[in-house]
Design a protein around this ligand. Structure first.
Ligand SMILES: O=P(O)(O)OC[C@H]1O[C@](O)(COP(=O)(O)O)[C@@H](O)[C@@H]1O
Ligand SMILES: [Mg+2]
Ligand SMILES: [Mg+2]
Length: 322
């Protein structure tokens, strides 16, 4: 079985990008150790502070954020980073050639209940060395991403990664601390009978989305002529991992009081959309591809519908009232 770095070499990934991926993966294994300690150490619970989204910050949100920033600042190829937990971009090394966006801990509501957690990241190229870097440098569409991935802190520690040559999943071998290629060249089934939406918000969604969901729920009694099952982990990274492995449709629609839904474009929707499109799936905001969205702020939100191709295309049809 190949390990992560053999695969990156085979995919002709530049050495500087491989070293950057190594920095991120190294930080995530450190985060995994802190998570594993759980109630044995003072990492559970919330802080009195709120992040830029107005959300209560969990201790692990901040611990994960600090570990990642420290590791990235040490890598001379990192020009600047954008994090869910920090209001402004963080400038790193003026000769750095890469910009990184990350969600240090995804699924924060699961920290105190030993639930699914992850770290999501994307890498893109920075402007020429020593030129001033500002927020605007992060406003290229997701099509400019050169690598993206997530680490899932689950029963196994797993890394999903794409450098533009398909999406692969690696499992950490704790005996030697190597990420081994266990799921090469993922291919998401185009059809599915599994959906992941937080149905407690169902009646706050746009009518066409409510109709789409009701048709799923009606199953064989309705126009879909087949039954659908539901899963919701409260962690996008966990729900998307299942979909990468066996298909499905994940959605976090806009709501009456949440015009653009909950999830963030730069460090949640874009990296996941990159992985999914590299695995034969689709990622839409309901009408257009997420990766074609032009960002206008670091923490902007976007409605997301991601997963099995034919299901995403069908949701876009419902949006057009077809
Ligand atoms: O609380 P809800 O509505 O179930 O939302 C869960 C969603 O929010 C998130 O936890 C948001 O991410 P963070 O935990 O990084 O803030 C997603 O991972 C998850 O899909
Ligand atoms: Mg998140
Ligand atoms: Mg988070």
């Amino acid at each position: 079985m190949k390990n992560l770095y053999t695969q990156l070499e085979q995919d002709n990934v530049p050495k500087t990008l491989t070293l950057l991926i190594q920095s991120i993966v190294g930080a995530c294994t450190e985060i995994a150790t802190r998570i594993n300690h759980g109630a044995l150490s003072d990492v559970l619970g919330s802080l009195p502070d709120h992040n830029v989204q107005g959300e209560v910050q969990k201790k692990l949100d901040v611990i994960a954020n600090n570990i990642l920033i420290e590791s990235l600042k040490k890598n001379k190829q990192v020009r600047a980073v954008a994090s869910e937990e920090v209001e402004d971009i963080i400038l790193c090394n003026s000769f750095g050639k890469y910009l990184i966006c990350f969600d240090p801990l995804d699924g924060s509501s699961n920290t105190d209940v030993n639930g699914s957690l992850g770290t999501i990241f994307s890498i893109s190229s920075a402007s020429p060395a020593q030129t001033e870097v500002s927020e605007e440098d992060f406003f290229s569409t997701g099509r400019s991403i050169i690598a993206a991935g997530y680490v899932l802190y689950g029963p196994s520690l797993m890394l999903a990664l794409s450098t533009g040559s398909g999406t692969h999943i690696y499992t950490l071998d704790p005996s030697n601390n190597n990420f081994m290629l266990t799921h090469p060249n993922l291919n998401i089934p185009e059809d599915t009978n599994e959906f992941s939406f937080n149905l407690s918000n169902q009646f706050k969604w746009p009518e066409n989305v409510q109709k789409y969901i009701v048709d799923l729920q009606l199953g064989t009694d309705g126009i879909r002529k087949k039954n659908f099952n539901m899963r919701w982990l409260g962690a996008m990274v966990g729900d998307m991992h299942r979909i990468l492995c066996k298909g499905g449709i994940f959605g976090y629609p806009e709501e009456k009081n949440f015009k653009y839904g909950k999830l963030r474009l730069l460090y949640e929707a874009n990296p996941i959309a990159f992985l999914v499109e590299q695995a034969n799936g689709l990622a839409s905001n309901g009408t257009t591809s997420i990766l074609d969205t032009v960002p206008s702020s670091i923490h902007q939100r976007i409605p997301v519908f991601i997963g099995s191709k034919n299901e995403v295309l069908l949701i876009e049809k419902y949006a057009l009232g077809k």
